[in-house]
Ligand binder design. Structure first.
Ligand code: HEC
Length: 598
């Protein structure tokens, strides 16, 4: 009876709130005994390449998804931890939204429940085996920067020989471990991931309501859109929102720039191949250091919008900067005068491009107006390190031209200091992090003088200033964010609240300069995390796709939060392809109106 009162009003709202060319679907998510299921993720997938739109079911289990193009077939997936996924195909339904209820079945097999948990729950079982902080830190920093640990592809038991093969492949790609520690890995992983013990630990009390509780009413207002970009051999490394409303994303392993127009239902995509000349596979890096299915010759890595709207890109293995003219849709490139592996770039208010140069331990600056280049050497930690850094070009040349692996293929990545994130203080100072050296640094924007500061936590990664001049830094292997005051030089740590505590690996953060909210990548837990400074409050937004590995965050003009899923290899991602993701914190406006105005 109540339903018939509610729905006509609800449909009116839904149709009102969607465009003329798009329909929707709404209804309730309930259990077999008809009780409402709150906090289920209802995902509608349509189009090819696809868009997925996800909402959360609210009070009384109600959900509503709008904005589905009229003519498209679509697939609905309903998901909540502890319940069996529903996948249900639908035919085009025309302009009117159509009422559909979903009945979920509780899972009784704990192995199936454990398989629904984000990777960090499984990874926690590995981390708790490690008794030395040094080993824990090294494992997190070296094994979690390309793909999640603990996802379905990585949490398998393997014979020691198989592990040895996996580990030497990872070391060739940069994920090396100390020899002694590496030797212990097969036993540690096999013990942690033994289904006989792992499943019981992860699913303790799963029949009870307290297990994996639904997200709060605040989180349930979110709408999450995911747009497929690229294919199984892609890596959508970073993405940005352009003031023109398009999203741009760089596909590192296929040397492409993507443009997405999110105003078109399903998203309109364009792909621009980046000129890679006669570069060999792998560019400046040895081709043995690549995943087997890549075709990377310049390796576009990071991108930003210049003052005239052009898009600037670091070409990591091409050792170049690229400039993309968004009107002509053409590229020009600028060779680096020195250094290896241009990494993250930011553009200062004079239009100068500043970028970290990861492998050779430099920071670069290029002024497109004057043509001035600076390549600033970052101090090494020791004389030995300085010598190694200066030998790198020779070692790379050898590895490309004769059968030679630097340091036997192990440990190399663990020892290089790696300049990483970069941003500008309000006084124009250029601040950057040095990931493996656990330091941050400041470069004077006029004199290029450099100063280094040790961080009292490990692995500072992609950092950003807020509107008040505080520097926010994620500690990739220390499960925290830190607020650094450049005036007092004090750090304040805030531990990330992801459960089980200590299992998160925040790759990047960004500050929404309108609200000063800090948004953090929940890189190993399929989530985006908001930290509201005034309230000192964290809010965790779960993301719908298993294996959502996020690297950089940007904001739309409407306050939406954008990121990309760039787990590499892409085939470990549920559905096997990368996406870029938009989180609309208050997107689900239909829901509260319905439940509060029956
Ligand atoms: C530089 C990127 C990178 C790093 C760092 C990295 N991996 Fe990987 N990992 C990959 C890629 C790419 C694959 C897929 C390889 C393939 O099958 O082509 C993979 C696959 C795996 C797999 C699945 C192998 C299989 O048989 O399917 C495991 C397990 C794994 N990695 C563990 C680790 C561990 C442990 C570390 C740290 C020592 C690590 N990874 C560090 C890129 C990386």
């Amino acid at each position: 009876m109540q339903r018939s009162l509610v729905f006509p009003f609800f449909v009116a709202l839904l149709v009102f709130s969607t465009t003329a060319q798009s329909g929707g679907i709404y209804g309730r998510v309930v259990s077999e005994s008809e009780s409402p299921i709150v906090g289920a993720m209802v995902t509608v997938r349509f189009g090819s390449p696809f868009q997925e739109r996800t909402v959360f079911s609210g009070e009384e289990g109600r959900y509503a998804v709008s904005g589905i193009p009229d003519e498209s077939d679509f697939l609905v997936r309903v998901r909540r931890i502890g319940w069996q996924d529903i996948r249900s195909p639908h035919s085009p339904m025309g302009e009117d939204a159509s009422a559909t209820d979903f009945t979920m079945t509780r899972l009784t097999d704990p192995a199936l429940v454990a398989a629904q948990l984000p990777a960090n729950h499984w990874y926690g079982l590995v981390l708790e085996q490690l008794d030395s902080e040094h080993e824990r830190e090294q494992l997190v920093r070296q094994c979690t920067f390309c793909h999640q640990q603990g996802n379905a592809a990585t949490r398998l038991q393997r014979s020691p020989e198989e592990w040895q093969k996996v580990l030497s492949l990872m070391a060739r790609m940069g994920g090396g471990l100390d020899q002694e520690f590496g030797a212990k890995i097969p036993e540690i992983f096999n013990k942690a991931y033994d289904p006989a013990t792992a499943v019981a630990k992860l699913t303790k009390g799963f029949e009870k309501p307290g297990f994996a509780p639904p997200p709060s009413a605040e989180v349930r207002k979110a709408v999450i859109d995911e747009y497929q970009l690229g294919g199984r051999s892609s890596m959508q490394h970073d993405m940005i929102m352009h003031p023109n409303g398009y999203a741009y994303s760089v596909d590192m392993t296929t040397d492409s720039l993507f443009r997405l127009d999110p105003s078109v239902p399903g998203g309109a995509r364009e792909i621009y191949p980046i000129p890679n000349g006669s570069n060999p596979l792998g560019g400046a890096l040895a081709s043995g250091a690549l995943p087997s299915n890549t075709d990377m010759r310049v390796g576009p890595h990071s991108l930003q919008v210049g003052p005239d709207g052009d898009v600037w890109i670091t070409l990591a293995v091409g050792n170049q900067l690229a400039r993309f003219d968004i009107d002509e849709k053409s590229f020009t490139t600028e060779d680096l005068p020195g250094g290896i592996y241009p990494h993250t770039l930011r553009i200062d208010d004079r239009g100068r491009i500043w970028y970290t140069i990861a492998v050779s331990n430099h920071v670069g600056m290029y002024d497109p107006e004057s043509g001035q280049h600076e390549v600033i050497r970052v101090p090494a930690r020791s004389f030995g390190e300085e010598v190694t850094l200066r030998l790198i070009p020779v070692l790379l040349w050898l590895s490309q031209h004769v059968d030679f692996e630097p340091s036997g293929g192990a440990g190399e990545g663990a020892s290089l200091p790696i300049p990483y994130g970069i941003d500008f203080a309000p006084d124009g100072g250029v601040w950057f992090s040095q990931l493996n050296a656990h330091r941050i640094g400041r470069i004077d924007p006029e004199t290029f003088e450099i100063e280094m500061i040790d961080t009292p936590f490990t692995a500072p990664r992609r950092m950003r200033f807020d509107s008040k001049g505080m520097l926010w830094i994620p500690g990739f292997s220390s499960n925290l964010i830190s607020k650094f005051d450049p005036q007092t030089r004090e750090f304040e740590h805030i531990e990330l609240p992801i459960e089980p505590l200590g299992t998160e690996t925040p790759y990047a953060l960004n500050v929404d300069l309108v609200t000063d909210d800090v948004w953090i990548c929940g890189t190993n837990s399929d989530s985006l995390i908001r930290y509201q400074q005034a309230e000192k409050k964290f809010t965790v937004f779960p993301l719908p796709t298993q294996v959502t590995y996020t690297r950089d965050i940007d904001f739309g003009a409407d306050g939406s939060v954008w990121t990309s899923n760039s787990n590499v290899p892409a085939w470990q991602i549920e559905t096997g392809v990368p996406r870029i993701i938009r989180l609309h914190v208050d997107g689900n406006v239909d829901m509260p109106m319905v439940s509060s105005n029956p």
